[in-house]
Design a protein around this ligand. Structure first.
Ligand code: SF4
Ligand code: SF4
Length: 187
């Protein structure tokens, strides 16, 4: 008898939910929007980036490579910007360190690849991804802001643009801080 009551209770619960709106989506045909500030992926916005390398210095894993060359006006030209997602732990420290909101958490979560090496993203692939994101979100960045609300500062001179050695000898990452580079030379 107790068994029959259990079945009836279960059926009643099912019946109750049949008439309620579904809270699930038919993935992958349907996708839920990613909430603002969700820590899904990293998006790099070239138009916001000054090449200051603060993100690369903040990354504990050394995933980010920034190579720049100084322009005559004191700003930096970005020669390379690459992220190695094979070793990224999505901690978001790079996004917190960036003074210009040029790298932000957000974007798609269906980021699986068949070839592991494809998780190394260069400047072109990062830019393609971030521009697709902006197109799909009416020009709104993952932090919810538009360019009008948070204007670009890419013409600003950075601390690095005044350090002559920085960026002149290849990739710039946590292992190649200017201070460390100079003290190594003095030893
Ligand atoms: S999310 Fe963390 S591990 Fe990944 S690139 Fe940024 S700082 Fe490095
Ligand atoms: S900290 Fe921001 S502005 Fe500086 S290089 Fe990184 S992404 Fe670009």
């Amino acid at each position: 008898m107790a068994y029959g009551i259990g079945v009836a209770k279960g059926m009643l619960l099912t019946l109750k939910h049949v008439f309620r709106p579904a809270i699930t989506v038919n993935y992958p045909e349907q996708e839920r929007g990613v909430p603002v500030r969700a820590r899904t992926n990293l998006l790099w916005f070239e138009e916001r980036c000054t090449g200051c390398s603060t993100c690369a210095q903040a990354c504990p894993d050394g995933c980010i490579l920034v190579a720049t060359s100084p322009r005559e006006d004191g700003t930096l030209s970005i020669d390379r910007y690459e992220i190695d997602f094979r070793i990224c732990m999505y901690c978001g420290l790079c996004t917190e360190a960036c003074p210009y909101q040029a790298i932000q958490s957000g974007g798609r979560y269906n980021d699986a690849v068949f070839v592991f090496e494809n998780m190394y993203r260069d400047r072109t692939s990062l830019t393609r991804e971030s521009q697709e994101y902006l197109r799909a979100n009416d020009g709104r960045y993952p932090n919810g802001q538009t360019q009008a609300e948070n204007p670009l500062r890419t013409e600003m001179k950075t601390g690095r643009s005044r350090v002559e050695v920085a960026g002149s000898e290849g990739g710039f990452g946590p292992q190649r801080l200017p201070g460390r580079h100079i003290s190594e030379k003095r030893d």
